[in-house]
Design a protein around this ligand. Structure first.
Ligand SMILES: Cc1ncc(C[n+]2csc(CCOP(=O)(O)OP(=O)(O)O)c2C)c(N)n1
Length: 330
């Protein structure tokens, strides 16, 4: 028999709902307005899997240095809550995270703990290990958190990074957003181990799996994992099962591709959507419908205000083309 966990404080449940709603609504805005062709950047949407980064970032309470993949909208917003920077970047404006030149795949705001996002599969992982090394040497108490997909675990650099983090006993949290696919290829067609969580145990790190689809479950898991990682001085690996609702890249769906079954995804994931679950939970905590709607309205207003600001901001001129870009003179 498993005992129900101690309920989280109501303020935490509300905070998690807000963070989930912020990520979801921001992407719903993108879906609606992308066809206007003013956001000139490829979009890898987080929709459906936001609960992973929302739960982890909330659990780390601002003491995380986050490294993300190109699918970074939810991670960026969960860590920074900064819709001004976010929409400015998507609209290609000077006020964005990369002066509007990086776009959706390269969101970064180091001062707010979102160190980088990378478009090249798995490349964020070794950099996070470097940050973990620096945090350990400098005694900052911070945790390097790296988000990546199950496809990134096909790459050798994932295993090398895990090895180094375990060898040097670094406070790194490896978070696999395991949506089961690399583009349209299922994990079983790419990896020998039946379970990544089990395979990783060969390294001296704590390996956890979560298939609840629930933001509070991820939050609890990450809180326990980060505490243990620092106490026992070793990395943690979190394999969180999740589902990408939209196509691999773009803002539409991909049911017509035929690599996954719409009815099964609806049954197994969309019917227990993490945001909806959290909304129901707030109601069960005696939060009134009008109070929930007020929270939602406030977030919608913040998104609209950020978009309005972004559209007033300048587009960078050609003289800024190489600014902030590493290059060496020949
Ligand atoms: C080194 C490298 N190889 C291939 C690609 C093309 N590519 C982009 S996303 C992707 C699949 C990655 O899947 P996963 O890591 O599971 O992340 P998800 O897209 O599911 O979030 C591939 C192969 C790339 N960007 N970088």
């Amino acid at each position: 028999m498993t005992l129900d966990p101690e309920p989280l404080p109501k303020t935490t449940s509300i905070q998690l709902f807000k963070s989930l709603f912020l990520a979801r609504r921001s992407e719903e805005y993108i879906v609606k307005h992308y066809p206007e062709n003013l956001m000139r950047t490829p979009m890898h949407m987080s929709m459906g899997q936001e609960f992973v980064s929302v739960g982890v970032c909330a659990a780390l309470e601002g003491k995380a240095d986050v490294f993300a993949s190109y699918r970074s909208h939810a991670a960026f917003l969960a860590q920074t809550h900064d819709t001004d920077l976010f929409f400015s970047e998507l609209y290609g404006r000077s006020s964005g995270t990369g002066e509007g030149k990086g776009g959706s795949m390269h969101l970064a705001s180091p001062g707010q703990g979102h160190i980088l996002s990378s478009g090249v599969v798995a490349t964020q992982i070794p950099v996070a290990v470097g940050a973990g090394f620096a945090n350990m040497r400098l005694g900052t108490g911070r945790t390097a958190v790296v988000f990546f997909g199950d496809g990134a675990a096909d790459a050798g650099v994932f295993w090398e990074s895990l090895n180094v983090a375990a060898l040097y006993r670094l406070p790194v949290m490896f978070v696999c957003e395991d949506n089961g696919y690399a583009v349209d290829t299922p994990r079983e067609a790419r990896q020998v181990p039946a379970s990544l969580t089990e395979a990783v145990k060969a390294f001296v790190c704590d390996s956890y799996e979560d298939d609840s689809g629930d933001v509070e479950s991820v939050y609890r898991l990450a809180r326990g994992a980060v505490e243990k990682a620092h106490r026992e001085r070793r990395p943690a690996f979190l394999n969180v099962k999740c589902c990408r609702y939209l196509e691999h890249v773009g803002t539409g769906d991909d049911w017509h591709w035929g690599y996954r079954d719409k009815a099964a995804v609806e049954r197994e994931w969309i019917s227990r959507d993490a945001l909806l679950q959290q909304r129901v939970r707030l109601a069960s905590l005696q939060m009134s419908e009008s109070a929930i709607v007020a929270v939602e309205d406030e977030i919608d207003r913040a998104i609209r205000a950020s978009v309005a600001k972004a559209s007033q901001a300048p587009i960078p001129g050609p003289e800024r083309l190489y600014a902030g870009v590493f290059h060496e003179k020949a």
